[in-house]
Design a binder for this molecule. Structure first.
Ligand code: SPV
Ligand code: MG
Length: 287
């Protein structure tokens, strides 16, 4: 699995597509993305649950392992708050590195956390010193510095303003963070662009422009300070859109006769399942 670092160096700005399953990971790889975002939000949604620390580390890790088995892209693991304090972070980083991830993203909220983009969400941040300890714990635990430790700042999400976000970003870099993910739920890029302008560029930034879609790759690239763009939840949203449309059509038309031409043929699913390899194996070994 290529290190995320290499991918960012070659492309200058890598794009990670959200994924919640090996199938979505394969589709992201075929579409040409450089990395996968193993999103906690998407996996929670897959289970029909809110993204409020209900999915356990084991559930997420199992899915990350399955994704790693299905795709050769570097995986950026969304490990939320690190599942507790610095002790939990040590355990998590050990396990995620063993699972083969290229990066872990740890956010500076209290455990249990509340999903970031919800209106009026309870957004509580941990003390800066506490989070520095968690970042230091992650850096001290990884065996290879190819596994990036990305510190995620939720100060803007929590409404605490740019000075607090910048103060935290600097403190987390001092603690060893390789990159800073700064999240915003504003519906325009203004807040993030103000942060980027004020950022001294000590380490590259990571953006998740879900709520401010005007922020294109080109616009991020022009800042010269963004190393990774994460498309945070378009895999699960695309799946929901497709299922709602097709289910409604089948229901309305009393059969699959009209919907059939609008979905991929079963042969396409066979291809994604690699049935060709099964046929080869049968030919070679079944006697
Ligand atoms: C996720 O995809 O799980 C994220 C991004 O953390 S967000 O849902 O926007 O917080
Ligand atoms: Mg998340």
């Amino acid at each position: 699995m290529p290190a995320l670092k290499d991918s960012m160096a070659q492309n200058r700005l890598a794009q990670a597509m959200a994924t919640h399953s090996p199938l979505s990971a394969k589709l992201a790889e075929e579409a040409g993305f450089e990395a996968l975002w193993a999103s906690g939000f998407e996996l929670s949604a897959l289970y029909g649950l809110p993204d409020v620390s209900l999915i356990t580390m084991t559930q997420h890790l199992d899915m990350v392992r399955a994704i790693a088995g299905a795709s050769s892209l570097p995986i950026v693991a969304d490990i939320d708050t690190g599942f507790g304090n610095a002790v939990n972070v040590v355990h998590a980083v050990r396990e995620y590195e063993r699972a083969g991830v290229a990066a872990v993203v740890i956010e500076d909220k209290t455990f249990p956390k509340v999903t970031s983009l919800i209106a009026g969400g309870r957004q509580e941040l941990v003390r800066i010193e506490e989070f520095q300890g968690k970042i230091e714990a992650a850096c001290a635990t990884r065996r290879s510095t190819d596994v990036l430790v990305i510190a995620r700042i939720e100060a803007l999400i929590a409404g605490q303003g740019q000075d607090e976000a910048l103060k935290r970003a600097r403190a987390y870099v001092e603690a060893g963070a390789d990159m800073i993910l700064v999240h915003s739920k504003q519906e325009t890029p203004d807040e993030i662009e103000a942060f980027i302008a004020a950022w001294d560029g000590a380490v590259p930034l990571v953006l998740v422009p879900t709520s401010y879609p005007q922020m294109t790759v080109e616009r991020m690239r022009q800042t010269g300070k963004v190393g990774l763009a994460i498309w945070g939840n378009h895999a699960i949203r695309a799946a929901v859109t497709a299922m709602q449309t097709v289910f409604a059509q089948i229901r309305a038309d009393g059969g699959i006769h009209t919907a059939d031409g609008t979905v991929v043929p079963v042969t396409e699913v066979f291809r994604l399942q690699n049935m060709a390899a099964v046929k080869e194996t049968e030919k070679r070994f079944l006697r």
